[in-house]
Design a protein around this ligand. Sequence first.
Ligand code: HEM
Length: 126
Amino acid sequence: AEKVTFYEAVGGEETFHRLVHRFYQGVADDPDLRALYPEEDLGPAEERLRLFLIQYWGGPTTYSQRRGHPRLRMRHVPFVIGSAERDAWLRHMRVAVDELGLPEPLEKQLWDYFTMAAQSLVNAPT
Ligand code: HEM
């Protein structure tokens, strides 16, 4: 039998839609973090993060069809990301992950990934 992907195990597109939508609600309400996002409309950024995560976790590869190789570190170079920005990003993502109510092993896998990924994108001191 086919191996079930993490994407499928957590509930597919609907789950990633809820996760990333809730995350961006937090960003929208956080003036310090919001200031980093160049576009007035957060909708396109929300879609890019959603498609990236869906692809990363084994779902459809629409992200790379539209955007090419993720190169996340390079794509974050224009933004000053120190520990404060990392922590703010993770705080909003924590709320969004909690609201999914995933079974513990899946939640831990997702959260471990976010903490690792956010740390890897820090590109400024403090
Ligand atoms: C894009 C900030 C961490 C994935 C962006 C953008 C900003 C930003 C300002 C531009 C918005 C846009 O797409 O127009 C941050 C900050 C982080 C962080 C402050 C704190 C560490 C992460 C993490 C991931 C991620 C951990 C993945 C797990 C993405 C993706 C894009 C993006 C996929 C769109 C790339 C593209 O296709 O252009 N981020 N980010 N970011 N971020 Fe982050």
